[in-house]
Design a protein around this ligand. Structure first.
Ligand SMILES: C[C@H](O)[C@@H](O)[C@@H](O)C(=O)CO
Ligand SMILES: [Mn+2]
Length: 598
């Protein structure tokens, strides 16, 4: 079955080797042709080797047919790139060139410029000149300039240049991948959660996406009228029965569902997942006469209302949310979906940002509780250690449904450390480890009167992680919060005591922010006390710097982060908005406005 089949090409990177146009007896241009084109080839190779689309394929990179010395060659390059579907350009040069004649003036491309740091020819001078032109013309571009002078014939890319090139590449590909895709909302506002009040203007103007909305009755219609792939459903059900072990039922006897009802519920939730996939991707294998349903909604991300109405009556969406957000299912390892629970569109977009940057499955969670060292000691007698102690406590991240099974930490690297791999690295063994670490408990009848099953696991690994929240603030617009930290392993009996005080049948992750002792990152308590909403999106890895670069491309200011200042990489023009990194970001984003504003 075609999974994650999105209509529309993935963004292409175009490399623009620019050069001094002077020929003549001293052959300035001729003497630079090879070095300039070699820079372009090195950058292209670096991108091809290290950047992947969200489907796991290597990023496509094209190079201009010739070096670009005068405007005619600039135009020829722009023409080629238009035909190739280039959304992102990197201009490279070891020498002086004529800024406004050779710069990328396409207002839709995401731009970077790498000036070679060799002093024989003034590549750095061109870099500064053309970045000034970009600033003057309102076409912000990232500037990349290596620290150390290189030999003129050097072809290797210095480490610090690589870091910036790849950060620019990952963020630009993530930003451009969203263009033209849909956010599908299934159902509407959930329990009054503001994030589930979808803001189409934000999706359109900041992300270049569009909003598709489907009433939940569509799931029932498709079930009732058989508008799903029967073969796929049977395969999914059989796999579920053998791979998704049922946990215990905490409900009191007077509401407990009997085996026959639970069997019906399993069939229901598996079919629901098949249908939600079809709604997002479309499915060419739907029954004859269902051509309209077969095309799907071209959704790169989606949300499901769950909690209230649907879950008051039908089995909940936790099974679909948990497995679709994971990096595998009955079809083996596959690109994780982004399916937000409680229809929290902003948390869904946060998950999407990080999936596009990493290729990894994502966690959706309530930022449920701050546990101070004193409170833990009082509740369990345990003295905090390690990252939790350093952070002055930790946060309880827990929500029913949309936390990927990868977050169990059951997948181990070669050193036995818990990891969450990009989906293309997930082995059969890794998938089984995640399933083994997960049980599917009967839905809490207090919250889910319609029944269903909730995934349950404890994150049993200390893993680097990044938690973000995208917030919409009236009068300001979107802002992003970023918190790097670590998942925390507690002794089982300590976890148990704390977990039991809340939703014991939901997936549980303890998280210690990397604190700085100041402001919002003074301690773990301050992170929660400054958090902008009830939810957070969490990814494996410390990817805050990539998120800051992505946010700057999208013109979304970052209002809270714990990323070291030296790792902040934004378009060069941001420097014109003041020396304070945070303030300049707000001022620049306000000045440039949303990328796709008409
Ligand atoms: C208690 C509610 O039903 C839960 O869903 C709550 O924990 C939430 O997740 C609200 O975001
Ligand atoms: Mn929630």
């Amino acid at each position: 079955m075609a999974e994650n089949r999105l209509i529309g090409d993935y963004p292409v990177i175009g490399i623009r080797p620019t050069i001094d146009g002077r020929r003549g007896p001293l052959k300035v241009r001729e003497s630079l042709e090879e070095q300039t084109m070699n820079m372009a080839k090195s950058a292209a190779e670096l991108f091809r080797q290290n950047l992947k689309y969200s489907n796991g394929e290597p990023v496509k990179v094209v190079i201009a047919d010739t070096t670009i010395g005068r405007v005619a060659e600039t135009a020829a390059c722009a023409d080629k790139f238009r035909k190739e579907g280039v959304d992102i350009t990197l201009t490279v040069t070891p020498c002086w060139c004529y800024g406004s004649e050779t710069m990328d003036m396409d207002k839709h491309t995401i731009k970077g410029v790498w000036g070679f740091n060799g002093t024989e020819r003034p590549g750095a001078v061109y870099l500064a000149a053309v970045l000034a032109a970009h600033a003057q013309k309102g076409l912000p571009a990232f500037g990349i300039y290596g620290r150390d002078v290189q030999e003129a014939d050097a072809t290797e890319i210095p480490e610090d240049v690589k870091v910036k090139l790849l950060r620019f590449g990952r963020a630009a590909v993530a930003a451009a991948t969203m263009r033209g895709k849909s956010y599908l909302q299934v159902g509407s506002v959930t329990m009054g959660i503001a994030g589930s009040i979808i803001d189409s203007a934000f999706m359109e103007e900041y992300l270049g996406m569009r909003v598709e909305s489907v009433d939940e009755v569509e799931i029932i219609r498709r079930m009732t009228e058989g508008i799903y792939d029967e073969k796929e459903y049977e395969k999914a059900l059989s796999w579920t029965k053998s791979h998704c072990k049922e946990g215990w039922d905490k409900n009191p006897d007077f509401v407990k569902r009997n085996d026959e009802q639970k069997d019906r519920d399993w069939k229901f939730v598996v079919k629901m997942m098949c249908i939600l996939k079809d709604l997002m991707n479309g499915n060419p294998n739907l029954p004859e006469g269902r051509e309209e349903e077969a095309v799907g909604h071209n959704a790169i991300a989606a949300g499901f209302q769950g909690q209230r109405q649907w879950t008051d009556f039908y089995p909940n969406g936790d099974f679909a949310e948990a497995l679709m957000n994971s990096s595998f299912d009955w079809n083996g390892a596959r690109e994780p979906y982004i399916l937000a629970t409680e229809n929290d569109t902003l948390n869904g977009i946060g998950m999407l940002f990080m999936k596009l940057l990493t290729g990894r499955a994502q966690i959706f969670a309530d930022v449920r509780t701050y546990w101070s060292p004193e409170a833990v000691k009082k509740a369990t007698g345990y003295e905090l250690e390690g990252v939790a102690k350093e952070a002055g406590g930790f946060l309880h991240l827990i929500n029913s449904g949309a936390a990927c099974l990868d977050a169990s930490g059951a997948v181990k690297d070669e050193n036995g450390n818990g990891v969450m791999k990009p989906f293309w690295e997930m082995t059969q063994e890794d998938q089984e480890a995640c399933l083994e670490a997960t049980e599917w408990c009967e839905a809490d009848n207090g919250y889910f009167r319609g029944g269903g099953f909730s995934s349950r696991y404890l994150t049993k690994a200390t893993m680097p992680a990044t938690m973000i929240r995208l917030n919409l603030v009236k009068g300001l617009g979107p802002v992003l919060q970023i918190c790097e930290g670590y998942t925390v392993e507690l002794p089982d009996e300590v976890s148990d005591k704390l977990w039991k005080r809340t939703d014991y049948t939901w997936p549980c992750t303890w998280f210690a922010p990397r604190t700085t002792g100041e402001g919002a990152f003074k301690t773990a308590y301050d992170v929660m006390n400054n958090w902008g909403a009830n939810h957070g999106a969490i990814s494996y890895g410390h990817i805050g710097a990539d998120l800051i670069t992505l946010a700057s491309i999208l013109r979304i200011p970052v209002c809270m982060h714990n990323v070291p200042e030296e790792d902040i990489f934004r378009p060069a023009a941001w420097n014109a908005f003041g020396m304070d990194k945070e303030g300049q970001d707000f001022r620049a984003c306000a000045a440039y406005g949303p990328l796709y504003k008409l």
